[in-house]
Every structure is written in C-alpha cells, then in structure tokens.
Design a protein around this ligand. Structure first.
Ligand code: ADP
Ligand code: MG
Ligand code: MG
Length: 510
C-alpha cells in the first residue's frame, strides 16, 4: 500500500506504476542511496536556487541578521528533496481547512465559551490570564468585530499505526512560513526537473503552493473592506527577527501584486505595510475619537501579528498596553483576541470533548470530518488519564498554553511533571493539557543546514494554511491557502523550524 511507508523509495516505485515512466529513467531507491557525487551537485544547485530566489533567513551566527535586512543571510534550512505523502491524506487536510476556518470564527463569537473553558487555566497561567483580561474588557464594552480575518495553519502528523491524519494543533496567531514554504515547493520542482535523468520523480506531483500570495490576498481584501485607501497594514514584529524574509515576502506581494491586478474590487493604490514592535506601538500609537488606530502618523487598516504570541514578547506593561490599544481600535486584527484564544491548546482540548463541536457547527458531515482528525486530548482533571499517563508517559505529550515550539513535555518528564503537580495540588495542573502522542512513520531525508547536506532518519509534520475573511454576514474568503511540510530528525521531540529543530520541506503525492 502506498500508505505504509512515507519515503521517496516508495514514491519512486509508485510513481513508476502510476505514470509508467520510460524504462530508461533510473529511479532513485532512497535519498540515502544517492551517491556522493550526485548529492554534491544537488546540494550545490539547491543552495544557488535558495540564494537567487529569496529562500533565506538571517544567519544565527550574526548579531545584525535579525534587525538589518540584506546582511548575513543564509539559505533557510530545507530538505533537499520532497517528502512523499499519501494523496488521500493531502486531500483530507485540504478539505477540512475551510471547516476549521469557520469553526474558529464561530468559537470566537462565543465569548462565554472562551471565558468558561479557560477559567481554570486563567488561575494557573499568568500569560493566558492577561489575554483573557483583554478579552473580558472587550466583552464588557460589547466590542464588535465586523471584519474578521483569520490566517491559520492547522498542523498534522500521520499516525503510523492507525494511518490516521491527526491534528497536532491549530495556529491562529503568527502562522509562520507562508512566505517561504511556497518557495520550497518551487525549489523541489526545479531540482526534480533539472535532475529528471537521475531521479525518477514527477515535479507535477508536488502540489501547487501559493501560500504567500493567498495570505497577501486575504490581507489586501481585509484592507479593502476597511476602506481607507491611505491606511496601511501594520506588521507587529519582534525587535529581532531572523525569519524576516518570510514576512517580507508577504509585504512584497502586497506592494507589487495588487496594483497590477485586473480586479475592480481592488483599490488602485498600493498596499503599504509598516513594521513595528509592541513597544513601538505603545510609544507611537493612538486611538482617534472614532476608534481609528494611528501609528507614527499613519492610519492602520489591518494589524497582522507576527509577534505577541509568547510571554517573552511582553517585556513590560508597555507591550500589554499596545495589545489592548490595538484591540480597542477599529482596525482589522489578525488575529483578534478571540481568534487568538480560540487557537489555544486548552480550547483545542475542549473542542475535542463529546458534543462540543455540535455547539458550533450544524453540518454533521463537517463535524465528522473534523472529529476524524482529532487525537486523544484530555484535561488534567481527568484522573484516569493522568493515572495512565504516569504509568505509560511515553504515550502522551504534556502541553502548556504556549506557542513557538520547545515548550512541551515528553517521555519520563511527563511522569515527573504529573507527580509534581499532584504533590503541589494547587490547581497549577490547569496550565496544561495532555495529548495522545502521535508516532509518525520514520523515513530517510537529506536535510540542508548552513550549506551542508545531512542524511537523517526523519519524521514530518504537514501544516495546511487557511485564510478566512468575513464582513458582517458575508464570507468573502474561506479557503485552504497552501501548505508547509516540516521534517525533523526522528529523535527530536519538538518541531519548530525557527526554534532549530526542523527544516522546511514540500510534499510529493503518492
Ligand atoms: P507549538 O504551538 O509550540 O508549535 P505544538 O503543539 O505544535 O506546539 O508542539 C510542538 C511540536 O511538538 C510539534 O511540532 C510536534 O513536532 C511535537 N508534538 C506536538 N504534539 C505532539 C503529539 N501529540 N505527538 C507527537 N509529537 C507532538
Ligand atoms: Mg502553535
Ligand atoms: Mg506547532
């Protein structure tokens, strides 16, 4: 079965069966079997391609690379060849994207559900508590967000034993790599085209990936709905950001693509983006009488958060003031505080409980489709599960309400952490959820880091972007918006690319 192993070994074979490649084409057996001469050529060409096409990040060895564009750049960490992935699971992940988009929107409108579900977490987790505080304030003043923009990424792993595509999490804030992921798909297509004599893979089996343009389009349409041609899109960024090119790709697309679009619904003005940190927004931002947010003298139509998802982004009260100011404004927030909270791990766990999806969605097929990709998720007040997790910690992952990678607890640490929380007995367990540990297939890949190819045993996580825009009752966009495959060394628990665990990859449908 093409589902049993995710490796280019199989995809080469399957491909031969399905499309009858001429016999003269010699398929590779396994990326690890690529001889060193071919590997060196492939790696060299990949590095040139990245450099010429902006598949870049700031070099972590440099001080300025996170603040000054154009200096000390290095190719993004990438896999040299695409990872094979079953077409049926790919279709499944695309099909649920609009349903998840709609779900987030509905959940966001149920303030009581968010507050109630997070009420215990609030007491145990100061960061979530601050977010909830802003949310409460908005409920109190009955703040209504008529234009709602979601740029999400739902992440999945393919569980080897059950062959189920299981959701890891749904990101509603700062969903990263939409700018670079589409370039990885292009890089792989280009290499397969160039080396078609050596590698029997069909470049057309890498699905189209328009993540950057689709995100830019959603941002531009939100800007258009706001309706002030002089207003800008504000990117809320960290003071140091080595992943800045991923973000600049969106800005470039907004600046260059839209004025040329032959679509009358777009204003002919180009969409300008500005980049500010939370501290700068606190210093330079103000609200006008009518709720217009003005930052550094410019009216803001859309606020796109690429910071503000982690406690470390809030160094002082200044950053929290900025967050509140933005929330109070009439600018379109991506995400609003309710969208942000709807993407927390606690809410993911609550939504997985029986009969909760039914509260938000009517269509039974849609509900069944979402439920099919839910892994086991539990609150720590479910004592049977906690007991089992202490006995068999390897089968669980313990997660706090955090984003950005590197925060989860695995293996024997799960047991220790649970025992410690039991001893404390202060309710601090409410800061965490427990999740079934997913064990994806192990395959072979070549990971490129700092110019060097490494043959590794790897596992992969597929992220599918979703874009959603509505204005009052009218849904203007609700679609799957590209994808991001991330591949990491199989012995690593965590998955972040920026955090240094994984590389960017694309998929090859089998
Ligand atoms: P974050 O918001 O920090 O990215 P995630 O829930 O995505 O948090 O967890 C980070 C990483 O941990 C994931 O990318 C994945 O590699 C790993 N991980 C998370 N949940 C599971 C799970 N249930 N089974 C196996 N690995 C997991
Ligand atoms: Mg996340
Ligand atoms: Mg994640």
């Amino acid at each position: 079965s093409p589902f049993s192993v995710i490796s280019p070994l199989k995809c080469a074979k399957v491909h031969r069966m399905q499309t009858q490649v001429e016999d003269s084409v010699k398929p590779i057996v396994d990326p690890h079997d690529i001889d060193s001469k071919l590997l060196q050529k492939l790696a060299y060409d990949a590095l040139v391609w990245c450099s010429l096409n902006g598949l870049l990040v700031g070099d972590r060895n440099s001080k300025r690379s996170g603040t000054v564009p154009g200096v000390d750049m290095v190719h993004a960490p990438v896999a040299l060849l695409p990872m094979s992935f079953p077409e049926s699971h790919w279709k499944q992940s695309c099909e649920v994207a609009p349903i998840f988009n709609e779900l987030v929107d509905r959940v966001s409108q149920d303030g009581e559900f968010l507050q109630q579900s997070l009420s215990r977490t609030k007491k145990a987790d100061p960061f979530t508590s601050r977010l909830l505080e802003i949310h409460s304030k908005m409920l109190e003043i009955n703040k209504i967000e008529e234009i709602r923009l979601g740029l999400h990424r739902s992440d999945y792993m393919l569980d080897e034993q059950t062959k189920l595509l299981l959701q890891i999490e749904l990101n509603t804030i700062s969903s990263s790599f939409s700018g670079l992921s589409c370039l990885v798909s292009e890089l792989h297509r280009s290499l397969l085209q160039q080396y078609r004599e050596d590698i029997a893979l069909d470049p057309n089996r890498i699905p189209t990936n328009n993540a950057a343009n689709q995100f830019a389009e959603a941002l531009a349409k939100a800007w258009n709905e706001y309706g002030d041609p002089r207003a800008v899109i504000l990117f809320v960024v960290q003071a140091e950001e080595r992943n800045m090119y991923d973000q600049h790709w969106l800005s470039a697309s907004l600046r260059e693509r839209y004025p040329t679009l032959n679509d009358k619904s777009y204003n002919t003005h180009q969409v300008t983006t500005i980049r500010k940190t939370l501290a700068e927004i606190d210093a330079l931002g103000e609200l006008q009488q009518d709720g217009t947010l003005v930052v550094d003298g410019q009216a803001v139509a859309v606020i796109y958060f690429r910071a503000g998802y982690a406690p470390s982004d809030y160094h002082s009260e200044s950053e929290w003031r900025a967050r509140l100011l933005m929330e109070q404004s009439r600018a379109v927030k991506c995400p609003s505080i309710s969208y942000h909270l709807a993407g927390t791990k606690k809410i993911q766990q609550e939504l997985a409980k029986p009969n909760v999806l039914e509260r938000f969605l009517e269509n039974k097929d849609d509900i069944a489709k979402l439920r099919k990709c839910f892994a086991g998720l539990w609150s720590l007040d479910e004592s049977d599960t906690v007991k089992d997790a202490i006995e068999r910690p390897g089968l669980y992952v313990m997660k706090p309400q955090r984003e950005g990678g590197g925060n989860n607890i695995y293996g024997e640490d799960v047991k220790e952490a649970l025992l410690k929380l039991q001893k404390e007995g202060t309710g601090s367990d409410a800061a965490y959820i427990l999740m079934q540990r997913i064990f994806p297939n192990i395959s072979h890949s070549i990971l490129m880091r700092e110019g060097i190819p490494h043959k590794e045993q790897t596992i992969s996580e597929l992220g599918v972007y979703g874009s959603y825009l509505r204005n009052k009752d009218e849904v203007l966009i609700n679609e799957q918006a590209g994808y991001l495959m991330r591949t990491k060394v199989s012995s690593s628990n965590e998955g972040g690319v920026a955090a240094g665990f994984a590389v960017l990859d694309s998929i090859y449908l089998v």
